[in-house]
Design a protein around this ligand. Structure first.
Ligand SMILES: NC(=O)c1ccc[n+]([C@@H]2O[C@H](COP(=O)([O-])OP(=O)(O)OC[C@H]3O[C@@H](n4cnc5c(N)ncnc54)[C@H](OP(=O)(O)O)[C@@H]3O)[C@@H](O)[C@H]2O)c1
Length: 323
């Protein structure tokens, strides 16, 4: 099968399309023929290993897992002897540790994998689980419900577009902050209020919020503190300069009434099933910026690394079925 291989850490150009052996499912696994996958910020981080600490998990000198790719949508091609949830021919979507930048991947039945909502194309379904799982992990810290308010800063990214829709679903009053070009999109996702950060600084408008969620790791607790209500919560997706976010998270556990949390993603089947239900109820959609064929993974990755994508960047793998 074709797969994108990286045998060393480095810039996007270390990625190479190669022929490799097709995997064979174990008893508890399904073999998925991948139709679409994505390039995420995590894929980029694992490939570049610029944050050295990631190498303790991925291989100190060179990557142990040579095929990247977390999100996938495709068709079950074969099932292991003990698999009961899926059958050959089922359309599925989900998120795995790695290996989706390929024509085929084996996935344990218990992994965050579910039947694809019929209303979504493979491209759309591939762009659901990563950003939304992180957004869910973060928003759960904020106890969002009717009567609570949240600012989503960086509302146009993969995590941000998910957070706006999910916070709205939980009943919160949502203020979304983004660049001029994304105002319309973000409003269409259900934000109650939209702030253009090139025109207005939401931390200076005199309003206060229960939760401020920095979905792109570009803001700071220091600048947002006065915009939080008493007992307000600041949630970040990034460790920040010199890892100050986890340090603040520890400190604010004991000091002050305003708390800092670092959102850490945990991918679960329950979350994928929850997202599937929201999609089927018409309450969640995937935002796709650009779509590239797998062969153009380097160009797709370079674009992701501009940190300016709107929503998600999709790779199409097997172009023989459209939906
Ligand atoms: N903690 C974890 O477990 C975990 C896991 C995965 C990812 N992450 C982190 O989550 C973050 C978000 O990932 P993502 O994929 O959602 O990012 P992304 O899609 O690459 O974010 C791109 C968006 O960020 C906005 N943006 C860029 N610079 C900005 C700025 N200075 N102020 C406000 N908005 C800005 C851009 O919108 P505009 O054009 O509107 O500015 C663009 O739409 C990243 O920092 C990533 O490293 C964390």
């Amino acid at each position: 099968m074709k797969a994108v291989i990286h045998s060393k850490y480095g810039p996007p150009e270390v990625l190479r399309l190669e022929e490799v052996e097709q995997p064979v499912p174990k008893d508890d696994e399904v073999l998925v023929k991948i139709h679409a996958t994505t390039v995420t910020r995590t894929d980029s981080g694992l490939r570049s290993a610029e944050l050295f600490v990631t190498r303790f998990f991925t291989g100190l000198r060179r990557p142990k897992r040579k095929i990247l790719g977390m999100e996938l949508a495709g068709e079950v091609e074969a099932v292991g002897a003990t698999v009961t949830e899926f059958q050959v021919g089922d359309d599925v979507f989900g998120v795995i540790v790695s290996g989706a930048h390929a024509e085929y991947v084996c996935v344990p039945e218990t992994a965050p994998l579910a039947h694809k909502p019929a209303s979504m194309s493979f491209e759309e379904a591939a762009a659901v689980c990563d950003g939304a799982s992180l957004a869910l992990a973060c928003l759960r810290k904020g106890d969002l419900r009717e009567g609570r308010s949240i600012v989503v800063y960086g509302a146009s990214g993969s995590v941000g577009t998910a957070a706006v829709q999910l916070a709205r679903h939980f009943g919160a009053d949502v203020t979304a902050v983004c660049n001029t070009k994304n105002l319309e999109l973000v409003a269409s996702l259900g934000a109650d209020d939209v702030v253009d950060y090139t025109q207005e600084d939401f931390t200076k408008n005199g309003k206060t919020y229960d939760v401020i969620f920095d979905a792109v790791g570009k803001h700071s607790f220091r600048r947002c503190r006065r915009s939080l209500k008493p007992h307000g919560i600041y949630i970040d997706t990034d460790v920040g300069f010199l890892w100050h976010v986890p340090v603040l998270a520890l400190l604010t556990r004991r000091i002050g009434d305003k708390k800092v949390y670092l959102g850490i993603v945990r991918y679960t089947k329950e979350d994928v099933l929850f997202l599937k239900q929201l999609i089927e109820e018409g309450k969640y959609r995937a935002v796709i910026d650009r779509t590239y064929p797998l062969e153009e993974v380097v160009a797709a990755t370079r674009y992701v690394e501009t940190e300016q994508k709107t929503g998600n960047v999709v790779l199409t793998v097997s172009g023989d079925r459209e939906t």
